[in-house]
Design a protein around this ligand. Structure first.
Ligand SMILES: Cc1cc2nc3c(=O)[nH]c(=O)nc-3n(C[C@H](O)[C@H](O)[C@H](O)COP(=O)(O)OP(=O)(O)OC[C@H]3O[C@@H](n4cnc5c(N)ncnc54)[C@H](O)[C@@H]3O)c2cc1C
Length: 383
């Protein structure tokens, strides 16, 4: 099986050289100011990398998911934080797979050119958590538009995106035969009246918000696909999302390992480099192995996705293994740096915070384990 690994070293080199223009000082500054890395996202967009998954017919680069995953990997591997830009890659899938021809013609070329950003997705609600079927935000059709009321939480990049994918109930949960029915997906103009955003200050430099939706009007033509089928459309996009996140974690993992190795070779204590001690080198070697192993699953999942084959199990395993491996590598890196690991100028504490997120969002570890237990191993559903 062709795992697609490094099929296109030119792509990797091109993304890497762009990312390297944004050095450690840049990322430290945006992190300290809790600022959006506007210049970085702009450069990535202008170079065409943010439209990787948009077909050429609509002005994009028409790359495969394997190639798109290399882009995300290079962002984190270079020391950057992909949280500012990954949304566009993830969210694109819903529009590409289920949007009408008219919607694609209207929006995709503008997204590809960078005139519009599709960086936001509003799914999670405070009262629903991981159980998406419990969402309460309701969209009621009135003539040629829907009127939406409700609340979202953790809606990321909303202040830096012109468009949002919004999941809302079009039929309340009491009136549907199955709780997964009656939800719909809309493409929303984020500057519309009726959307109030309240930023959530959080552990990482991640622009994310509470969102209060009060009589928001959405033109009926902005419904994506069929009314009531939105839950399935969101699920459809998850495999791509899992694989892209796995790649981000792999990038982080390599960054931590390289950083650990360099520091362990240079730092001299008791008249020898600390990396000469097995207590320092073994954990680095172990975390490197785990990243390499997770990377194989990432490429396997991406190749299956690109071949349009079932990849639910592989995508979930890739995300889980990669998130665990990068978190382990982060711990090792912090330990290797001793006290200096806590100093902002080394970037370790920042990347440590950033990579921790992926064990929780966009899907937390337990839910992946539950998926594997139920759908791969055939164990009884636990919830
Ligand atoms: C920085 C950040 C950015 C985010 N961006 C977005 C975004 O852009 N759009 C969006 O829609 N959402 C976003 N999210 C939300 C994210 O997807 C959720 O936080 C995540 O899915 C977990 O949901 P929750 O926080 O409600 O946890 P809960 O559902 O309350 O779960 C809490 C804990 O209990 C565990 N748990 C729950 N049920 C079970 C069970 N049956 N068995 C075992 N364990 C269980 C979970 O795994 C978790 O560890 C973001 C979150 C963060 C932190």
């Amino acid at each position: 099986m062709n795992l697609g690994r490094d099929n296109d070293p030119d792509l990797r080199d091109a993304v890497r050289s762009l990312c390297l223009q944004f050095d450690s000082a840049y990322w430290q500054e945006v992190d300290e100011k809790r600022a959006y890395p506007e210049k970085f996202v702009d450069a990535l967009t202008k170079a065409g990398w943010m439209s990787a998954l948009i077909p050429e017919a609509y002005g994009g680069s028409g790359l495969t998911l394997t190639e798109a995953s290399v882009i995300m990997e290079e962002v984190t591997r270079s020391g950057g934080n992909a949280g500012c830009c990954h949304g566009q890659m993830y969210n694109m899938n819903t529009l590409l797979r289920h949007g009408s021809e008219a919607q694609k013609k209207k929006y995709l070329p503008k997204i590809a050119s960078g005139d519009l950003r599709l960086q936001a997705m509003g799914v999670t609600e405070p009262g629903a958590g991981t159980d998406t079927t419990k969402i309460k935000t309701l969209a009621v059709k009135k003539g040629d538009h829907y009127v939406v009321n409700g609340q979202k939480v953790w809606t990321s990049r909303l202040q830096h995106s012109e468009l949002m994918i919004l999941l809302a109930r079009t039929t309340s949960s009491e009136k549907v035969a199955r709780k997964t029915e009656g939800m719909s997906v809309f493409l929303v103009d984020t500057k519309s009246k009726g959307i109030e955003m309240r930023p959530i200050r959080n552990m990482v430099n991640h622009e994310t918000n509470q969102v209060f939706i009060d009589n928001l009007e959405i033109p009926a033509e902005n419904l994506i696909g069929e009314e009531g089928k939105g839950f399935r459309y969101i699920l459809d996009g998850l495999n791509a999302e899992r694989i892209l996140i796995a790649a981000e974690c792999i990038g982080d993992g390599y960054w931590f390992t390289e950083k650990s190795t360099k520091y362990a070779s240079e730092r001299v204590v008791f008249d020898r480099p600390i990396g000469q001690n097995q207590g320092i080198q073994f954990p680095i070697a172990e975390s490197y192995m785990e990243i390499e192993a997770a990377n194989l699953m990432r490429y396997k999942a991406a190749a299956l996705f690109d071949q349009k084959k079932n990849c639910g199990a592989e995508a979930n395993m890739a995300k889980h293994l990669a998130a665990q491996a990068s978190w382990e590598a982060a711990n090792v890196c912090l330990q290797t740096h001793g006290g200096f690991g806590f100093a902002a100028e080394y970037d370790v504490e920042r990347k440590f915070r950033e990579t921790r997120l992926y064990l929780v969002a966009p899907i937390s570890t337990n839910l992946i384990l539950a998926y594997l237990a139920e759908h791969v191993l055939g164990l009884p559903r636990s919830f």
